[in-house]
Design a binder for this molecule. Structure first.
Ligand SMILES: Nc1nc2c(ncn2[C@@H]2O[C@H](COP(=O)(O)OP(=O)(O)OP(=O)(O)O)[C@@H](O)[C@H]2O)c(=O)[nH]1
Ligand SMILES: [Mg+2]
Length: 349
């Protein structure tokens, strides 16, 4: 009898212990994943809400006109279920011209040769492209309790870093968020002037310093300002050039370390790439990856290129999600990347 009671008590202790550990762990996970506030949902709702999506589809088709033009011959093959060698050559040429890359092109051709296209070739190509765009695209808006979240923007000169920051500041400010811009590009005075103009247009706060100042200290001051004013986010610009590229990458690592020190916390590091440079954008990206711990790609100037397939090549090769795409120079011309809307705008009739 005594033994039965002891064994029962032991079993009870073990069960209670396991449950307690689980509850504590779940709480910790919930704390890490807790969304900071409504803003990311508003951003994401643009791709989730059907009516908004239809609007985007119309806009996207128009903005991606050149890339859509490249896919025209695949759309013309439309409903065919099996393709002749000549027709397969057309598909191959289109995919390579759109810059999806050799590996992806070969994978799609193999699929078409082996399995045909039960729902038509345009649908088969569309679905293959969509399948390959399967990265997690969550936008991280919050860090640990009491830390100011920082979005850091890196990339070579002229790709669109400052413009992207301006467009995002506009979007975030429009949602009632307080934004502090850090003019971390101190390579030339005009860079801070350009960001200041965006701050004025969007009603954002800005911290800047003179030409040649230490970018780390600009970011440090911006964090201080943001913490003092309980701002929601810091968007930090960086230089796209230095005397030599090693120098630039060292500087970026340093800026990142400063931005990630309390009260700041880097929650996203966006590598900005210019889609019009096609596969060159990929080699650029590889150089930056190690130095900057990139968490997302912003692909700009998709409106000005026929090489829209580069989105697919970038995600496949780098394994880093494309989170925003730029489709024009206007303040509203930045969209949260939605793979389905993107491939539909290229391939749907
Ligand atoms: N068509 C088009 N132009 C864009 C887009 N994004 C940026 N641009 C243009 O690209 C040019 C360079 O943009 P910036 O934002 O100055 O580029 P940056 O990366 O900050 O350049 P640096 O400061 O020199 O390192 C500007 O003329 C922008 O208007 C886009 O999505 N579409
Ligand atoms: Mg700039």
């Amino acid at each position: 009898m005594t033994i039965v009671v002891i064994v029962s008590l032991l079993v009870l202790f073990v069960v209670v212990g396991v449950v307690a550990v689980r509850v504590r762990r779940n709480r910790r996970v919930a704390a890490i994943e807790r969304p900071r506030a409504a803003m990311p949902e508003v951003l994401v709702s643009e791709v989730a809400a059907r009516p908004a999506l239809s609007l985007h589809e119309a806009t996207l088709q128009q903005r991606l006109g050149s890339s859509r033009g490249v896919f025209e011959r695949v759309r013309q093959l439309g409903g065919l279920n099996s393709l002749s060698p000549a027709q397969l050559d057309v598909v191959e040429e289109v995919l390579l011209r759109s810059d999806v890359g050799v590996a992806m092109t070969n994978a799609i051709l193999e699929q078409l040769r082996e399995h045909g296209a039960p729902d038509g070739v345009a649908v088969a190509v569309r679905d293959s492209l969509l399948d390959s765009l399967s990265c997690d695209r969550t936008l991280r808006m919050s860090g640990d309790e009491g830390r100011v979240p920082v979005w850091l923007f890196v990339g070579v000169n002229g790709v669109g870093k400052t413009t992207t920051i301006g467009k995002l500041a506009h979007r975030l400010a429009g949602q009632g968020r307080s934004v502090v811009l850090a003019a971390g590009d101190t390579f030339r005075a005009a860079a801070a002037d350009q960001l200041e103009e965006w701050a004025r247009r969007t009603g954002s706060d800005i911290v800047r310093a003179g030409e040649g100042a230490d970018p780390g200290s600009v970011v440090h001051d911006a964090l201080g300002r943001a913490a003092a004013r309980s701002a929601d986010i810091v968007l930090a610009d960086t230089a796209g050039r230095r005397a030599n590229s090693t120098n630039l990458l060292d500087e970026l690592s340093k800026v990142r370390r400063v931005a990630d020190r309390s009260p700041g916390q880097v929650v996203e590091t966006f590598m900005v790439l210019d889609a019009t440079t096609g596969q060159n954008a990929l080699s650029q990206a590889r150089e930056f990856l190690a130095a900057a711990a990139v968490t997302g790609i912003v692909l700009t100037k998709l409106d000005g290129t026929a090489r829209g397939g580069i989105v697919v090549a970038i995600e496949r090769d780098l394994g880093i999600p494309v989170k925003f795409v730029g489709v024009g120079e206007g303040v509203d011309d930045l969209i949260v990347f939605d793979p389905a809307a993107f491939v539909e705008s290229l391939l749907d009739a």
